[in-house]
Design a protein around this ligand. Structure first.
Ligand code: SF4
Length: 396
């Protein structure tokens, strides 16, 4: 069931118009905030608080929507007016200006909260004091952020707006849909993670690095456009000859090249593993750093290897977007099947996968991609994921 943690009749109307079924849920979230919190941050924070206050009253499987709207003049937040005088003051300040309307939306489901903010720019006409008084006398400004209702008589005060109208009214429906969709996809990936864990409970990194961060760094670099099996064979001789980062940093480049030649691109790979070893020794005292930015400083290390290192060595949330992962998660329905951009996929899966499982998920999906969901000739009939796989549903 979907609960709306808001008493606003305007939000209810918008949900009804969008044909999203809901039940209203009362909540008493604390709405106080320090003045220095910026309007955009304020609405997101308050939407989250309302949502979490509502979530305390519902079942784990339910969905709770929280929202908060503010009018902003620069850094200043204009909420609901306290009384008519306050409403007149707000409208005088908005007169003839362009201001922003922000609505924060937060959606909770199964203990996970996703949130976002929509922004619309509104240009007000220059209003006379008489026009302002007349409008305030209608009673419409009371209970409205910024003291006006664009969907009512207040629409006459507005010269133009840029962005979503429903955001100004109080609930950007497109953002609500986007966040609901994210929850659905998160459920999908949780099912996929569960199925993969059952299939490959002990799957680990296919590179045999023996627990050494430096070896994994070297092997990760060598694995570009080369099979893990070949890297494992090549590295037996490589590490026998140069067993430490110090030894590799001081090695003759031609000796490294000769050893890594079977991995392909051997000039570049030899140069980068020598230089990466030097950097590790000289700048990091031999200890592999644990942040993405620092790891990306190592020659030949891109986000894929950096994530492999963060996940396997430091057990941090990390998504290794190799070709199997990109293909299979697209087929399952986490994103468009045509999506091939590793960085985009990493970002999407980073939000959808349970953080503590993301690194293992990526190892398991490689096995699954080699055995079942192959690039060509996927074995859907024997696949445990076919019940929830979008690709299979389309094929049927
Ligand atoms: S049902 Fe087919 S396409 Fe979907 S994950 Fe399984 S093998 Fe891949």
């Amino acid at each position: 069931m979907i609960y709306l943690a808001s008493a606003s009749p305007r939000r209810r109307e918008l949900l009804e118009k969008a044909q999203i079924p809901y039940t209203v849920l009362a909540q008493n979230a604390d709405e106080s905030l320090p003045d220095e919190v910026l309007p955009r941050d304020a609405v997101e924070l308050l939407a989250q608080r309302k949502c979490l206050a509502g979530a305390e009253k519902v079942d784990f499987d339910d969905v709770v929507i929280g929202a908060d709207t503010l009018v902003a003049l620069g850094r200043e937040k204009l909420g609901k007016p306290k009384d008519e005088k306050d409403a007149e003051e707000m409208l005088s300040r908005l007169s003839g200006t362009t201001h922003e309307v922000y609505t924060g939306v937060a959606i909770w489901h199964k203990g996970v909260l996703f949130s976002g903010v929509d922004e619309t720019k509104v240009v007000f006409r220059a209003l006379t004091p008489r026009q302002i008084k007349r409008y305030v006398a209608t009673g419409e400004p009371m209970g409205k952020a910024g003291s006006y209702a664009i969907q009512g008589k207040g629409g006459k005060l507005v010269k133009e707006f840029r962005g979503n109208l429903d955001n100004v009214i109080g609930l950007p429906v497109s953002l609500v849909r986007e966040l609901l969709d994210k929850h659905e996809k998160r459920d999908l990936m949780a099912k996929a993670a569960e199925a993969l864990t059952a299939l490959y409970p002990d799957a680990t990194c296919a590179l045999e690095y023996g627990g050494s961060p430096w070896r994994l760094l070297v092997m990760g670099r060598l694995s570009a456009q080369c099979t893990d099996a070949r890297v494992n064979v090549v590295c037996k001789d490589l590490f026998a000859k140069f067993p430490t980062p110090e030894a590799m940093a001081q090695a003759d480049i031609r000796e490294i090249e000769a050893l890594v030649r079977p991995c392909g691109l051997y000039h570049t790979k030899a140069e980068s593993i020598k230089e990466a070893s030097r950097l590790l020794v000289e700048e990091f005292g031999g200890v592999l750093p644990r942040t993405m930015d620092e790891l990306l400083r190592f020659p030949g290390v891109g986000r894929k290897i950096a994530n492999l290192l963060l996940g396997d060595i430091y057990h941090l949330p990390a998504v290794v977007t190799d070709t199997h992962c990109i293909r299979i998660c697209g087929r399952l329905g986490a994103y468009d099947e045509a999506e091939k951009n590793p960085f985009k996929v990493e970002k999407i899966l980073g939000e959808l996968l349970p953080p503590e499982e993301s690194a293992d998920f990526c190892h398991r999906i490689v096995h699954f991609g080699r055995e079942i969901c192959k690039a060509r000739g996927e074995k859907c009939k024997e696949c445990v994921m076919r019940e929830f796989c979008r690709h299979y549903a389309k094929k049927k």
